[in-house]
Design a protein around this ligand. Sequence first.
Ligand SMILES: [Zn+2]
Length: 183
Amino acid sequence: MVEGTENCLHLEGLVAAAGGGYRCPVCGEGLDDDGVSRWVGEAERARDETYSVDEGDGFSGIAREEAQREVYRRRRVMYELGNVPRVATTRPEMILVVHDPGTASYGCRIFYKEPRQAASVEQVSVAAVLDTILGLRSDPDPIVRLTAEKVEEFHGLREKLLGDDEPAPERRVFYANELRAVG
Ligand SMILES: [Zn+2]
């Protein structure tokens, strides 16, 4: 921490925090959506105060311009955060899991409703080995974790059928209603 959070102007802007909300990369203060609005509101109030202390000299004009610039800067930070789709709200439309007997692995394709988030994972491959599949359950990406759950389910079904000498399906589609909310 470079300085107290009370005095930090968050000059580097705010970034999405891991557990939701936002964080100042300089001082580390965490803000939720309301906190960001309040932060913008503080700058607006400070600007309004510069009007009430206008003494008709050049200095008040400069102070007012600076205060107005700060309002614009904070609003810009807020709008830019608002334009970033949160990973937590992106639930896939469909996950296709295909078993590849040649490589003894599962290939997964993940489909999203448009517009999807640019960074969303679209493909996941995993060896058809339970431990490997379970390992993906702790992946940092929530979509990968969700996909791993479905692969585990499909793998379990295939193993059971093969154990009973039954033919096992090589592919399975999971639709949105079979997918839990991601986050
Ligand atoms: Zn800060």
